[in-house]
Design a protein around this ligand. Structure first.
Ligand SMILES: Nc1ncnc2c1ncn2[C@@H]1O[C@H](COP(=O)(O)OP(=O)(O)O)[C@@H](O)[C@H]1O
Ligand SMILES: CC(=O)N[C@@H](CCC(=O)OP(=O)(O)O)C(=O)O
Length: 266
């Protein structure tokens, strides 16, 4: 099968009009597809309204127990079900999942090294067969960034990581393309200037831009996951503006394309 995995970020989800526009494009995407959504902006806002401050380190949320409850409610409940309902209206037979549903994504609590992230999960195992079965039936899985450890605990897992891990697990048998959609044109040299797009990036350029702090916060897990997916068999990885999803799927120029080899750009 040819499978597209599309990740949509929290800034788009937080804007009702942009979300509607994006879902229209996602509905137009041909072939088998999976949607993975974030929602970090909304979780931070709702948390703050309840007196719980967000605490992010390198684009990942430190998740204590009250924060885990909030992100579960916001990601697996509110956002996931709203997206599924909107896709159903577009005649897309979507079905919402956390990693606990059908034991689709098992994770393990991230070990404490320099930082204790709390209830944050690193993906350990994906039930690829079940996922293939769901997709083969014409259903569009919609994943929220909540996984479980099979010991009864839910864990918060970065949505970019979920997209990359799902893509990698399916890439053993299928041709998989991975699209990270967010609210900017792609990787930028100046994040406030949409004209400063980096059209192609390899790991050498990434290391350099990260060292110079041109790439920081949420762009770090996005790129780490992008390179990891390419190295593990995913055929194409793209980072760009949600509204350019169809252009990107047709191979037309837009956004940032991730290059497999360090020497690809030389
Ligand atoms: N070089 C860069 N180019 C574009 N965005 C960057 C860059 N470095 C850091 N960022 C930040 O990364 C953010 C994207 O990460 P994140 O907030 O996790 O995205 P998402 O919308 O997918 O959740 C951007 O909104 C921007 O603030
Ligand atoms: C562990 C961790 O960081 N989880 C993320 C999951 C949501 C997410 O990834 O949302 P965006 O795609 O909108 O950033 C978080 O709680 O922010």
């Amino acid at each position: 099968m040819n499978i597209s995995i599309v990740k949509i970020g929290g800034n788009v989800i937080d804007n009702p009009e942009k979300l509607e526009d994006f879902l229209l494009l996602f509905a137009r995407l041909e072939g088998k597809k999976i949607l993975v959504h974030g929602g970090g902006v909304m979780a931070s806002k709702i948390g703050e309204s309840m007196g719980i401050q967000a605490n992010m380190v390198d684009g990942r949320r430190i998740t204590d127990e009250p924060t885990l409850d909030i992100v579960t409610m916001v990601y697996a409940g509110l956002i996931n079900k709203k997206i599924v309902a909107k896709l159903q209206r577009l005649e897309q037979n979507a079905m919402g999942f956390t990693g606990a549903d059908g034991n689709l994504i098992r994770s393990a609590k991230r070990p404490v090294a320099k930082i204790d992230y709390g209830f944050v999960g690193d993906v350990k195992e994906i039930d690829t067969e079940l996922l293939e079965g769901i997709i083969s039936q014409g259903i569009i899985p919609v994943f929220s960034p909540i996984t479980h450890d099979r010991k009864g605990n839910l864990l918060n897992t970065n949505a970019d990581t979920i997209a990359s891990e799902l893509a990698t697990s399916l890439a053993h048998k299928h041709t998989v393309k991975l699209y990270f959609c967010f609210n900017k044109a792609g990787v930028l040299i100046d994040e406030n200037n949409e004209d400063s797009l980096v059209p192609k990036i390899n790991e050498d350029i990434y290391d350099e831009l990260k060292r110079d702090n041109v790439i920081h916060s949420g762009m770090i897990p996005k790129l780490d996951n992008a390179f990891s997916a390419l190295q593990r068999g995913v055929s194409n990885v793209w980072i760009g503006k949600a509204e350019n999803l169809i252009l990107a799927s047709k191979g037309m120029k837009s956004g940032t394309n991730i290059e497999r080899h360090r020497y690809d750009l030389y």
